[in-house]
Design a protein around this ligand. Structure first.
Ligand SMILES: Cc1cc2nc3c(=O)[nH]c(=O)nc-3n(C[C@H](O)[C@H](O)[C@H](O)COP(=O)(O)O)c2cc1C
Length: 337
């Protein structure tokens, strides 16, 4: 991986999402876009360093460029975990300062770190000194009763002084007291203007905006307004084709035809076969493919086929091929009508 591969790719990225952006999901997303930057689920530094859970770092080179997201708040432990990530071949090491779940709060990971900018700076400096891969930070605009106008610039100035040159800002607060993690992704209001102002205040900082982006048009328009990158989470998971099929052309200026959901399904078949041959289950891959035809005529049949059939013992790639044939038939009859 060239050193700046992740920065070049960061004009569009898929967000880190626990239980969702595992390696199978990322492999699928890579079939839809050659260039988008893909993030792992959060891996905690204690799991790597104390638990020796090295399997959490497994990924295939075909997923590149991939960024590893780490959770933690101990500088020495994060430094070791970052080095493990670099040795595993990740293109970027990202520190989670945005995730509000209880478990994460009790370990002083994630969004609670918005209240400790000096500690975050120390963590970043340690991670940067420990290994050669770029270190970035994913954060919120603040938590609880913090005033984002004050705390966000201070937070960013601190991590910039520690050597961070690229961030992803989820443009809403996390309310750690009283809201569930899910509610914390929808209820606190989005403030894109504040993120835009941070770009004016820190013009050399590469800023990706995140939160509530639901279409590729919206991503393009945010880039046109001067932000450096756009990170898409739920929409990229639930409607991957809508967000990713035209991304290489529209975001990265690539020539050649856009990718298609059908093409991605065909590309997944050999991957599925080798996963099954190594003892894996079909649904571990197909659960990430359910939204591929979202909004298209065969979407419901596709989803039903996969969700009903893929957990059955012995289910294999032929189930996916049958489901695809049905979607293609429905799409063709819809275009004749
Ligand atoms: C199922 C799920 C799991 C998530 N896990 C993480 C995580 O591990 N680390 C993180 O920084 N954010 C996590 N997030 C938050 C997303 O990265 C993103 O910031 C959030 O969903 C807002 O973006 P969106 O509106 O485009 O989805 C998660 C979100 C979802 C839906």
């Amino acid at each position: 991986m060239p050193k700046n591969a992740a920065t070049a790719a960061a004009r569009l990225s898929t967000a880190p999402m626990m239980d969702w952006t595992d390696r199978h999901c990322r492999y699928l997303h890579r079939r839809l876009s050659r260039h988008v930057l893909l993030y792992t689920e959060m891996v905690t530094a204690p799991a790597l360093v104390r638990g020796n859970a090295l399997h959490l770092l497994d990924f295939s080179v075909e997923e590149h460029p991939v960024a590893l997201q780490l959770g933690g708040s101990d500088p020495a432990e994060l430094a070791l975990a970052a080095r493990m990530g670099a040795e595993a071949g990740y293109a970027e090491i990202n520190l989670n300062c945005g995730c509000p779940s209880d478990r994460v709060q009790s370990g002083r990971f994630g969004a609670i770190l918005m209240t400790e900018p000096a500690l975050v700076a120390e963590c970043c400096a340690a991670m940067i000194a420990a290994q050669p891969v770029e270190v970035t930070v994913k954060c919120r605009i603040g938590v609880d009763d913090q005033n984002p106008e004050e705390v966000l610039p201070e937070f960013l100035a601190r991590i910039i002084a520690a050597g961070v040159q690229r961030v992803q800002i989820h443009a809403r607060k996390a309310w750690l007291d009283g809201l569930s993690p899910k509610e914390n992704r929808d209820i606190p209001p989005l403030d894109y203007d504040l993120v835009q102002r941070m770009k004016m205040l820190f013009p050399n900082l590469h800023i990706s905006i995140n939160g509530g982006i639901t279409s590729l048009d919206q991503a393009v328009s945010l880039l046109d307004q001067g932000l450096d990158g756009v990170m898409v989470g739920r929409a990229a998971y639930h409607q991957p084709a809508d967000i990713l099929c035209a991304a290489d052309r529209r975001i990265y200026g690539a020539t050649g035809p856009d990718t298609t959901a059908e093409g991605a399904v065909r590309d997944m078949l050999p991957y599925i076969e080798s996963h099954l041959a190594s003892g894996g289950r079909l649904h571990q891959i197909t659960r990430h493919m359910l939204g591929l035809f979202s909004g298209k005529p065969g979407a419901r049949a596709w989803r039903r086929h996969l969700s009903e059939g893929a957990t059955r013992p012995g289910a294999g790639p032929e189930l996916v091929e049958r489901a695809l044939a049905e979607v293609t038939d429905l799409t063709e009859s819809a275009s004749i009508l």
